[in-house]
Design a protein around this ligand. Structure first.
Ligand SMILES: [Zn+2]
Ligand SMILES: [Zn+2]
Length: 184
């Protein structure tokens, strides 16, 4: 059961679908990060350290994320909550941010994608690749369900990333894998 098809738009900077170049393409970054920048701009006292250290609930989830983004981790020297995969300071900061749940399903998915793509080495490669495939559609307004995300990941694990990357409309319709064809 899928919602209406969602078409992704090309990025004028990298030429790929907008979001697929995140976070290395500046054009993709500008589109993807817009909700965080908007939330941060609305803060009257935008101080990354104060926002990151505040008790959960004092600031909106997007502001907490953006504060982490601007801070360096004292432990590993990377972006706080997205540095070395084995860094305790990053893991602690990352765990704290999830206490805040975005109010809309779209924001939940967008955030999951962005967090995964900013710290891809924290996760299995198929997880980051799945979010890379899906992010352009999320940017265009899609809210893939958990089962849709799992389905894409299954296909990625099966070696079909390139095939899926050529599809410009969600759901990503490519021929079923032979071993799946017999199960439906
Ligand atoms: Zn781009
Ligand atoms: Zn760290």
């Amino acid at each position: 059961m899928h919602a209406n098809p969602v078409a992704a738009k090309p990025c004028a900077t990298c030429g790929d679908l907008t979001g697929r170049g995140y976070p290395s393409c500046a054009g993709c970054v500008a589109e993807v990060d817009r909700p965080w920048l908007t939330a941060w701009a609305e803060l009257p006292d935008a101080d990354p350290e104060r926002v990151a250290d505040a008790p959960a609930g004092d600031y909106p989830w997007a502001c907490v994320d953006w504060a982490l983004r601007q801070l360096r981790c004292a432990g590993c020297g990377g972006e706080l909550a997205a540095g070395a995969p084995d860094c305790v300071g990053c893991a602690t900061a990352d765990a704290a941010r999830w206490e805040l749940v975005p109010p809309t399903a779209h924001d939940v998915v967008l955030r999951a994608a962005v967090v995964a793509l900013r710290a891809p080495t924290w996760r299995r490669q198929a997880v980051a690749s799945t979010w890379r495939l899906l992010l352009p559609f999320v940017v265009a307004g899609a809210v893939p369900t958990g089962s849709e995300v799992r389905e894409v990941r299954t296909q990625v694990v099966a070696g079909r990333y390139e095939e899926l990357a050529s599809v410009e409309v969600l759901p990503l319709e490519v021929p079923l894998l032979p071993w799946r064809r017999s199960t439906v």
